[in-house]
Structure formats: structure tokens, C-alpha cells
Design a protein around this ligand. Structure first.
Ligand code: G6P
Length: 483
């Protein structure tokens, strides 16, 4: 890490809620930097290398006023959030209002004026920070639902910039989005961008419909035209292009990692520690109510009860990465999942053979690759998910052509991984049948499916995603020549 002067400006600026590293405070009070959660880091890596690039984001802890510093050739600019702002902007508006609203109101969103005020304030701080570090005519790529007001706030400060925004999560239908008391301001905030990227075509269409119905904007093809109110940021006539640009993973890196002798050995070790069952079912998720973990456990519990599966031949290994633990819906989910797992194990485990192995931890990527290789069936059953990169990582890890994927149709990934065993996680009977089908398909057909999915992820990897996004941003509001 190199401390550098705060005055340098950059041709390419990323703004995301989190920096690619979190400031971690250990029990003894010492602090260090650690890679932050989420796949954005790898995604951005490939486009930042070789450019004069900066990243503006939060360091993950309250009141941490750290000077900008360089890491892996990228200048990191921490945005300071107070403990109160973390509660109101991050836990509150981002994760108790927008997150559930944008994920089909699986839990009821809470609308609090105080949270909205903090959201506006923190978005303004991000916009100011970007405005200071961006060189004249720079390209700015803003990420996700936490920063939806930044595009128009930034345009107001720096009309010379080319501004893009990408939504990593779904964009809801106007019938749900319309609940938001500040819906017009959010749409206006986004319309400050030149290009808006979404995971699925439906997300872009939902956004376009919201602009038409709520702002009276005109849409033609994938361009929204709109004249803002004079007293609002982003006023004047604007033409903004939107398109689906589904995010992906670094296929080659994951594939290569999964081929290393260490990972292969570890995969065997994992199976041996589980008692070498005939079938290892695997779930790997952030512990989030959108991921359908309770529905999955319900199906598994019934399968044990009905005799479709039994220990020691079959076991479920469920990894749940701790997430947003100060938000009450997440704490509640954790106690529900703890209870479900306890009950399944009480009813169906035998001495030396657990029905469910439940791990509430996060693991390094080597261990994840080994888990993927050790699994016979990966269960990805979200009730709603913008993409789901775990499904793509699993596919990239299976260089051996083995393994089956059960995939919820409510994920962005389902639109690309059409050879997966697709399911509706709300339909417990259907879910059980799909898991049985995935477990019992013959090796040749399984392999054919897996190789088809691997081809898709290999040709549509994160590098292709970033290239496509940036070409669209460059050409907006017109379509790029290709793509
Ligand atoms: C999702 C969001 C990301 C977020 C990540 C982890 O993938 O789209 O923006 O960073 O979850 O959540 P957290 O709240 O810990 O940043």
C-alpha cells in the first residue's frame, strides 16, 4: 500500500458502496485491510488494470477517515460514514427499504423519512468525491442500488463526465416499485446517467415502464427520453440508453483453481470427512432471505421423511455466509434456519451420519472450489436473485464435466444456464422432484448438460461483460456497433 497525493485525477472511476477492501478492527484494536464480500472486485479488476483508475467506496467500518491509497495499481478513495449513517443509509434505506422492495417484497420493506434523508446525503458525498477525483471527460461506472442518486448528482457537478450505472440486483415491476414514497426522485437520480445496465431484459423493461408511468417519460426501443423539472438535479432534455448486460465470473481463474492438485485433494478429503456418501447435496449462499434456504430445507426435510433420501447415503452440506447481521430480518432468518437444521438433524441423523452439515462461515476461494468439486448436486434455489454467481462458479469449477445444478427460475442465471435442472422453489413438490431428477440422471446426460453450461460461462465471462458494458457506455445513447 502506498500513500499518495489526494490531488491526482483519473480517467476511469468506479463508485460502489464498498471499497474492494474492508478495514477490519481486530479484538486487540489493531486494524488491517481485507478483501470485501461480493464478486465486484474480480469483475472490475480486468477493466481497471492498465488504466489510470480510482475506486470510491466505504471502508466497511464507522468513522474511518483514511487518506486515499494505492493498491494493485488502483487508487482507493474511502468515503467516511458515521455510525448513524451506517444505520440509516446502509442498514436502513439500502437494506431494509430497497433490498426487500427490489426482491419482490419477500419481507415487507420499511419506509422511513429519516433513512431517505441519510441516503440522499451519503449519495451526495459519493458524487462529490467522484467529482473531485475524475479527470476531464473521464468514464465513471457507478454500481448498484445503494447509489441510485449519484448519476444525476454527479452530472450536476460534472457535466463533462460519461456516466454509467449497473444494477446488480433485480429492478422491480412498477406495481411494486410504485410503493416507494421517493420513487420519482430515484428514477430522476438514475436518469442522470448516459447508460443504465441491468441483469435481465425484464429489469430494463420494468425500469422503462416506471419512467413512463411515473415520470411521463417517452421510451423508444431501449432509449428513455425525458425532460426534467427545472429545479431538480438532472433537468433539461435527456436521452438515456438502458440494456441487459448480465454479469459473469472469471471462468479461466475459477477453472484453473479447481484443477490444482491441492483443491482436488481437498475435495476428496471433504467427501471422506462426510463419510463418503453416495450423494453430496450442496448449498452455498449468503445468509439472506432472498436465497430460498428455508424452502430448500423444507424440501430436504420432507425428502428424508418420505424416504426419498436417507443417511448415510445422502447428506446436505449447507454453507451460509454471515451477512447484514444487524438487520432484524437477517437475525430472524438465522434463528429460523438454525431451528430447521436442528430439527432435520434431530429427526433424520444417525450416529456418525448427519442429515445436514451446516456451516455459518465464509470460506476462501480455494475451499469453495473444493466444495464445488466435492458436490454431486448444487442447490441454488433463490426466491429472487439478480444473477447468482455461485451457480456460474460451480459450472466453471466442474472441469471434470461432473455434478448437476438445480437452479431457481427466479435467478438471472436461469436465463443463461438453460441446461440446469430448473425449479420453482415455492413449489415444494416440484422442488423435491427436481432434486430427485438431478440426483438420478445418468452420467452421460449430466455431462452433456454441464458441458453446455460451461461453454456458456466460458464465452460469456466477466471480461466479456465489462467490455460489453463499457462499449455501450461509450456509444450511449446509441447502440455500440457490436453487442
Ligand atoms: C449483493 C449486492 C452487493 C453487496 C453484496 C454483499 O451482491 O448486490 O452490492 O455488496 O450483496 O452485501 P453487503 O451488504 O455485505 O455489501
Amino acid at each position: 500500500m502506498v500513500l499518495a497525493s489526494a490531488r491526482r485525477t483519473f480517467d476511469f472511476v468506479v463508485a460502489a458502496n464498498r471499497l474492494p477492501v474492508d478495514r477490519v478492527v481486530d479484538d486487540d484494536g489493531t486494524t488491517r485491510w481485507q478483501a470485501s464480500p461480493g464478486g465486484l472486485v474480480t469483475a472490475m479488476d480486468s477493466v481497471m488494470q492498465g488504466r489510470r483508475a480510482a475506486w470510491v467506496g466505504w471502508a466497511g467500518v464507522p468513522d474511518e477517515d483514511v487518506r486515499p491509497f494505492d493498491r494493485d495499481g488502483v487508487r482507493l478513495h474511502p468515503v467516511v460514514l458515521t455510525a448513524e449513517e451506517i444505520q440509516d443509509y446502509y442498514e436502513g434505506f439500502s437494506n431494509e427499504t430497497l433490498w426487500p422492495l427490489y426482491h419482490d417484497v419477500i419481507v415487507p420493506p420499511r419506509y422511513r423519512r429519516r433513512w431517505w434523508a441519510a441516503y440522499r446525503e451519503v449519495n451526495a458525498r459519493f458524487a462529490e468525491c467522484v467529482a473531485q477525483v475524475a479527470a476531464r471527460g473521464a468514464v465513471v461506472w457507478i454500481h448498484d442500488y445503494q447509489l441510485q442518486l449519484v448519476p444525476s448528482m454527479l452530472r450536476e457537478l460534472r457535466p463533462d463526465l460519461r456516466i454509467g450505472w449497473f444494477n446488480h440486483i433485480p429492478f422491480p415491476p412498477v406495481e411494486l416499485f410504485g410503493q416507494l414514497p421517493w420513487r420519482d426522485s430515484v428514477l430522476r437520480g438514475l436518469l442522470g446517467a448516459d447508460f443504465l445496465g441491468f441483469q435481465r431484459r425484464n429489469d430494463a423493461a420494468n425500469f422503462a415502464r416506471a419512467c413512463q408511468q411515473l415520470l411521463g417519460a417517452h421510451t423508444s426501443g431501449d432509449v428513455v427520453s425525458w425532460v426534467g423539472d427545472e429545479d431538480e438535479p438532472g433537468s433539461g432534455e435527456r436521452r438515456v440508453r438502458m440494456a441487459a448486460v448480465p454479469i459473469s465470473i472469471d471462468f479461466t481463474t475459477v477453472d484453473e483453481l479447481a484443477r490444482t492438485p491441492g483443491v482436488r485433494r481437498r475435495a476428496q478429503e471433504i467427501r471422506a470427512s462426510l463419510g463418503n456418501p453416495r450423494t453430496v447435496l450442496l448449498g452455498i449462499d449468503r445468509l439472506d432471505y432472498t436465497k430460498g434456504i428455508r424452502h430448500r430445507l423444507r424440501a430436504i426435510s420432507e425428502m428424508f421423511a418420505d424416504g426419498d433420501i436417507a443417511t448415510p447415503e445422502v447428506t446436505l452440506l449447507q454453507v451460509a455466509t454471515p451477512s447484514r447481521e444487524r438487520v432484524s430480518a437477517y437475525r430472524e432468518l438465522r434463528s429460523q434456519v438454525d431451528g430447521q437444521v436442528g430439527r432435520i438433524n434431530g429427526d433424520h441423523s444417525t450416529i456418525g451420519a448427519s442429515a445436514v452439515h451446516y456451516l455459518h462461515h465464509s470460506y476462501p476461494k480455494e475451499e469453495m472450489a473444493a466444495l464445488f468439486l466435492a458436490a454431486d448436486v448444487l442447490l441454488v434455489t433463490p426466491l429472487r436473485d439478480g444473477m447468482n454467481l455461485v451457480a456460474k462458479e460451480y459450472v466453471a469449477s466442474r472441469w471434470d464435466g461432473g455434478g448437476a445444478l438445480v437452479l431457481s427460475e427466479f435467478t438471472g442465471a436461469a436465463h443463461e444456464l438453460t441446461q440446469a435442472f430448473q425449479c420453482n422453489p415455492h413449489d415444494i413438490v416440484g422442488l423435491k422432484q427436481t432434486i430427485v431428477a438431478a440426483m438420478s440422471e445418468d452420467a452421460a446426460s449430466r455431462r452433456k448438460r454441464m458441458l453446455g453450461m460451461r461453454r456458456r460461462v466460458r464465452t460469456h465471462d466477466v471480461h466479456a461483460w465489462a467490455r460489453r458494458y463499457l462499449a455501450a457506455l461509450e456509444a450511449a445513447p446509441d447502440k455500440p456497433d457490436r453487442g
